[in-house]
Design a protein around this ligand. Sequence first.
Ligand SMILES: Nc1nc2c(ncn2[C@@H]2O[C@H](COP(=O)(O)OP(=O)(O)OP(=O)(O)O)[C@@H](O)[C@H]2O)c(=O)[nH]1
Ligand SMILES: [Mg+2]
Length: 311
Amino acid sequence: MTKEAANIARESTRAGFVAILGAPNVGKSTLLNRLVGHKVSIVSPKVQTTRRRIIGITIRGPTQIMFVDTPGIFAPRPGKRLERAMVRAAWSAAQDCDLVLVVVDAQRGIDRATETVFEGLRNSRTPRFLVLNKIDLVRRRQELLPLIAEANRRLSFEATWLVSAQTGDGTEDLLRAVAERMPEGPWLFPEDQISDLSARALAAEITREQIFLQLQQELPYSITVETENFAESPDQREIRIDQTIYVLRESQKAIVLGKGGRQIRAIGERARRELERIFGKRVHLFLFVKVRGRWQEEPERYTEMGLEFPG
Ligand SMILES: Nc1nc2c(ncn2[C@@H]2O[C@H](COP(=O)(O)OP(=O)(O)OP(=O)(O)O)[C@@H](O)[C@H]2O)c(=O)[nH]1
Ligand SMILES: [Mg+2]
């Protein structure tokens, strides 16, 4: 046993779950990645990028912290099953955790979706921190005082943190405070594990991220990506990944493929490079596009996405 390990063993360990909640696009996934120090959850400038709960794990001294990234909370449109499933997944994360981080975009302030989040937490007894993110976009911190006062008037918070998930400003202080708030208990994951996502699921997310980054308007919301095959070469230096991109209509398939297959090649190229960086191995990525008009009504698709199928 190393000296450090012996010290930790003597001290009692701590472990806890921390749900990251907020309106779409406030920077929850960027914050998760920053706090964990790895890319665990995908990020894009579009709303509703995250579709499921994703755990990012980090260790500070004797404390293991499981941050739970969640889909942004908003009012799902009638008949939109996927939206319902996403919002439900976010709320369920808030129920079984030791601390909630309520993330608000410092520039945008309290919009309708953020009001929905505050409303939903009003009767919760779980301790919570207010996290104002994107402070790099605000000229002077003083400008945030009215927003801090207003948020704390609407919902009580143990503390307020000003951070930029993008630059890392303020996130170390937040991490330290979170660690101190965790209950005593044994660690729940092996110490080298950084996420609960399987490699297959992460690979599908990385391709979906490129779809969010490269395709416009409604298209990213009409798409889901599944990894059909994930195989390492015998010498473990290369990975072959086959994925299916499901779209709702023929016309969408044409856009995803692009003229002469240009668009799908661009998506595959970027996703492949990102996967090589993440896995540290050579990656061969094969993408297939399938039209499936009712994929958003199929329970199997939700299981693949890591979501419960809402009835
Ligand atoms: N300037 C600035 N931009 C940020 C910051 N944090 C996140 N962003 C940007 O905000 C956008 C949304 O970030 P995400 O992390 O995907 O936001 P999210 O809350 O997870 O969004 P959903 O998953 O859609 O709910 C991206 O373009 C990020 O680069 C920040 O601290 N400063
Ligand atoms: Mg997200």
